[in-house]
Design a protein around this ligand. Structure first.
Ligand SMILES: [Zn+2]
Length: 671
């Protein structure tokens, strides 16, 4: 079941992969007490689990812990087996009887390393602690996990008085005795494992009356240096809750909390989100990522995706959060986002572009393009096809029917079919099961005078096998641009449109409403291509050590290094080095030098990054720096700028950036 996952940080969203448990099986009930000492890093745990009748199952615990006691119905359970750093016990199933298990364990947590970067945090599943912060992800097996069974729990955490701890669920009590604080939480929604966070938090709290009957408690648990952000975050949370309650249905829990982390994380769990201190300071987190995480309480943590047949929750959340906020800002803003998604898709090597159905969770940038952006485009096209009213009605009935259980893409399709009274089998089949995207071409067009009217005849083409598409074309006549939709399901077809005014031009899908592979002119080169394409060849020229370290941070696959003396590779090129050496290399190979856009900058510029396309089509990405220090300074910021075509840096700050203009597929008709 989906712990889900995460926040769109600069580059995108993070994901905690987690053990799948079927929420449909009868859950195990647990009553757990843990004591954590961030100074000594010691954890002591004790708990009682009630396992309803059922099949045998495994109990798994990280092997850093010593087990003091493990009894099933008051009898010790036989020795554990060890595998992959985990200790595992087999609990024989019981057909009729409920089993009672008691376990006591203790051990040492890892020290918290605050300087991990976002990608490392994503892959780091050890339980860590320090006075600055404690993070025990459920996937790290810091408490006994009953594999394949979900958990309903009461959990009491005992921490030093200056600290506060939080897990998913509602706070039942918060008491201080003898310098220790004991917080009890209760969570009734079945969940496979518990994520626990603690730190020297300041709490801001308010009540919110939701669309359902009960009051919802909103809280921020923040480090002192960001505590003043609390009220603003609660305002935003309230706004998002209202919006989604109105759109989908009542918020399914009794609380929502925003918790700060000393590491640059972004995680979302039911009822809370855990965000890095520096992340919380970024204004766009409150404006977009927070809403995305709030919405995951409906999609992902309220209705669970069926991982076996594909994860729809990221795409639907991206559509209803990120894309919706852009639509609220205006049509240009939303179109810019859709174009960015299509540019990312165009930057994706064909081998990485998988069918949407195969997406389960994000571990690489390419998964994000498929699982988030392709899927979000599916919902853009679906709403265009069936209309806003049917779309919203389909969403609400999907929520009502599947809340608290697993649902598949097919369940979504059924809900939208019922709401729109039409078959969507072909629509979902082609967008879920096919890799890649249509290559759509506006092949020819002409204007014909027809009595006192005008006619525009135009031909569309696409690759084989043809997709069934509803294609928007825009005819610009005297009265302004007019959108027409045509059904196109063959490899080539000619269409006629009428116009009362003399038409000036016809343009294919200028609003990016279709999931499609942009034509070369429509997709200007961006940095992400070099980051994702495993055929990219890296050439270092000057300050090789700093250059190699930077390239390794930017590129998501093993580097293919080539000497600057070797001939120019017939592949995408990433050139990293010092200004003088870079210029010499570019000149020697007849490659374009630094574009004028990057030179109109003040003297304090220390590095320039740009993309270009060679006449043969291969993209070139250049990182040129004044000195080795300037290269090192790019290590942290540059990986976050995959969507840009060019940037200028002063140290680690981007002082200018841009995307090369894209040329839509358009034909002039008035010549
Ligand atoms: Zn997400």
């Amino acid at each position: 079941m989906p712990r889900g996952l995460a926040i769109a940080l600069l580059l995108g969203s993070a994901v905690v992969p987690c053990a799948n448990a079927a929420p449909d099986a009868v859950p195990v009930r647990a009553d757990i007490q843990v004591r954590i000492d961030p100074e000594t890093r010691e954890l002591t745990g004790k708990g009682a689990w009630t396992v309803p009748p059922g099949e045998s199952l495994a109990i798994v615990l990280d092997d850093r812990f010593d087990v003091r006691r493990l009894e099933v119905d008051a009898r010790p359970l036989s020795a554990a087996t060890e595998r992959d750093g985990r200790r595992q016990w087999r609990l024989a199933g019981s057909e009729r009887a409920t089993q009672h298990i008691e376990i006591e364990w203790r051990g040492l947590l890892d020290p918290l390393e605050a300087d991990l970067d976002h990608r490392q945090v994503l892959h780091h599943v050890a339980p860590v602690t320090a006075p600055r912060g404690t993070f025990l992800p459920g996937a790290a097996h810091w408490h006994p996990v009953f594999v394949g069974r979900a958990l309903q729990y009461t959990l009491t955490v005992d921490v030093p008085q200056s600290q506060r701890a939080i897990v998913a669920g509602d706070l039942a009590s918060d008491r201080i005795t003898n310098g220790r604080r004991r917080l009890s939480y209760r969570f009734e929604q079945p969940d496979p494992a518990i994520d626990l966070m603690a730190g020297p938090y300041r709490v801001t709290e308010r009540k919110f009356t939701g669309a359902g009957s009960g009051a919802i408690t909103l809280r921020t648990l923040l480090h002192a240096e960001v505590a003043d952000l609390g009220a603003g975050y609660l305002d935003a949370t309230e706004r998002y809750l209202r919006m989604y309650e109105d759109w989908i249905g009542p918020y399914p829990y009794g609380s929502f909390s925003i918790v700060s982390s000393p590491t640059p994380t972004g995680f979302g769990m039911p009822t809370l989100t855990y965000l890095g201190i520096d992340v919380l300071r970024l204004p766009f987190i409150r404006d977009t990522s927070l809403g995305h995480e709030v919405l995951h309480n409906w999609w992902g943590n309220g209705v669970y995706p069926d991982y076996a047949t594909g994860n729809w929750s990221e795409g639907l959340t991206t559509f209803m959060a990120d894309h919706t906020y852009r639509e609220q800002a205006g049509p240009d803003s939303a179109r810019e986002l859709r174009f960015a998604w299509l540019r990312d898709l165009a930057a994706l090597d064909a081998g990485l572009d998988r069918p949407l159905r195969e997406f389960t969770s994000r571990m690489h940038g390419s998964d994000q393009v498929v699982g988030y952006h392709k899927a979000a485009m599916l919902f853009v096209m679906l709403r265009d096809a069936i209309g806003h009213e049917s779309f919203d009605q389909g969403l609400r009935s999907f929520w009502n029917e599947h809340r608290g259980s697993i649902a598949s893409w097919e369940d979504l399709r059924t809900a939208f079919e019922r709401a729109s009274q039409r078959s969507l089998a072909g629509f979902f089949a082609q967008w879920l099961n096919r890799a890649g995207a249509p290559n759509l071409r506006l092949e020819s067009a002409k204007a014909v005078r027809d009595a006192d009217q005008w006619r525009v005849d135009f031909t569309l083409g696409q690759d084989r096998p043809a997709y069934q598409l509803r294609v928007p074309v825009v005819v610009d006549a005297g009265s302004g641009p007019q959108v027409h939709w045509v059904d196109f399901d063959r490899e080539r077809a000619t269409f006629s449109l009428r116009s009362t005014q003399p038409p000036r031009s016809i343009t294919l899908d200028p609003d990016a409403r279709l999931l499609r592979r942009l034509a070369p002119g429509e997709a200007p080169p961006i940095l992400r291509r070099a980051m994702l394409d495993p055929t990219t060849v890296t050439v270092l020229t000057g300050a090789d050590e700093a250059g190699a370290a930077l390239a390794r941070r930017v590129v998501e696959h093993p580097l293919q290094l080539r000497s600057p003396e070797a001939p120019l590779p017939a592949a995408p090129l990433l050139l990293v080095g010092l200004e003088r050496d870079v210029n010499r290399y570019l000149a020697r190979h007849g490659l374009p030098l630094r574009p004028a856009e990057l030179s109109a900058t003040p003297d304090r510029a220390t590095a320039w990054v740009w993309t270009a396309a060679r006449p043969t089509g291969e993209p070139v990405t250049v990182v040129s720096a004044r000195d080795a220090t300037a290269l090192v300074a790019l290590g942290r910021p540059l990986p976050h700028y995959g969507r840009q075509s060019w940037l200028v840096f002063a140290g680690d700050t981007a002082t200018a950036r841009g995307i090369w203009p894209s040329r839509p597929q358009s034909i002039r008709l008035d010549r």
